[in-house]
Design a binder for this molecule. Structure first.
Ligand code: FPP
Length: 248
């Protein structure tokens, strides 16, 4: 079946996930299989990002969140970190205009203060340039860690309690969610993880509570438009119950 036939089927099925989150994994293995340095895999991974963004937009996904750099990734060799930051900056330069034209609004989530000034400036420019895009929101998780996101949310609420503007009893799930990095987004309906690892890796721990998981052995640089559509079709075949039983 061609990509366009898959897309047609997705549209006929009706229930497109509103929010898709992706753990892009396997760039290093992809490069090793080709006898190349890890950076080579990340560069190919950037092309796959382009395809995923386009596919998500075409399918009518409202929010796409991509895990581009975790807090744990700061522990990688300096050369790899600097290659990844360089790629992010390249991505911004290459894609900014196209994303704006397509109505895709970019947000960045994570501890952005840890990034160097050039990377921060690039991020600011893509955010400013694409602001107001109404077709889809693209969240890039950079220097992101979910436990830290939750700690920061707790701290914000504690400060309000200490200041006397909030009662502990007023804290509920809704208010807590509003303190996270994604206050405007619905929780992800679907999480895609490439390269076969069956882990969450400190990604959106709060938001993924009821998310459907899709793990594929395909390495991220090979994960193209067709794979994205197949993941959406797989999701559409599932029955989501959120812990309840379905009325018969
Ligand atoms: C995981 O592969 C991937 C990353 C740590 C980085 C993801 C980055 C990109 C896809 C490119 C740049 C991103 C943007 C948004 C332009 P890995 O290195 O852990 O692979 P391995 O598990 O096979 O070693």
């Amino acid at each position: 079946m061609s990509c366009e036939q898959l897309l047609q089927e997705i549209r006929l099925n009706g229930t497109v996930p509103r929010h898709v989150a992706v753990i892009m994994d396997g760039n290093g293995r992809w490069a090793r299989e080709r006898g190349q340095p890890r950076e080579f895999g990340h560069r190919a991974g950037m092309q796959a990002v382009r395809q995923a963004v386009e596919a998500a937009g075409d399918a009518g996904v409202e929010v796409l969140t991509l895990y581009a750099f975790s807090q744990e990734n700061w522990g990688r060799p300096a050369t790899e970190i600097s290659a990844l930051m360089g790629l992010l900056e390249l991505y911004v330069r290459r894609e900014r205009r196209d994303l704006k034209e397509k109505g895709i609004e970019v947000h960045c989530i994570g501890e952005l203060d840890r990034l160097g000034p050039r990377t921060r400036a690039a991020i600011q420019s893509i955010v400013d340039h694409t602001r107001g895009g109404a077709r889809m929101r693209l969240n890039l998780a950079i220097s992101y860690g979910a436990r830290q996101e939750i700690v920061l949310a707790a701290r914000k609420l504690a400060e309000r309690v200490a200041a006397g503007t909030l009662l502990p009893g007023e804290i509920d799930e809704e208010l807590f969610s509003q303190q996270l990095y994604t206050p405007r987004d619905p929780d992800p309906d679907l999480l895609i993880r490439t390269s076969g690892e069956q882990r969450i890796s400190n990604f959106m721990l709060w938001q993924l509570a009821y998310t459907e998981l899709y793990v594929t052995p395909v390495l991220w640089p090979d994960f193209g438009r067709e794979h994205f559509f197949r993941a959406l079709l797989d999701y559409q075949r599932r029955e989501r119950r959120f812990g309840r039983v379905l009325a018969s």
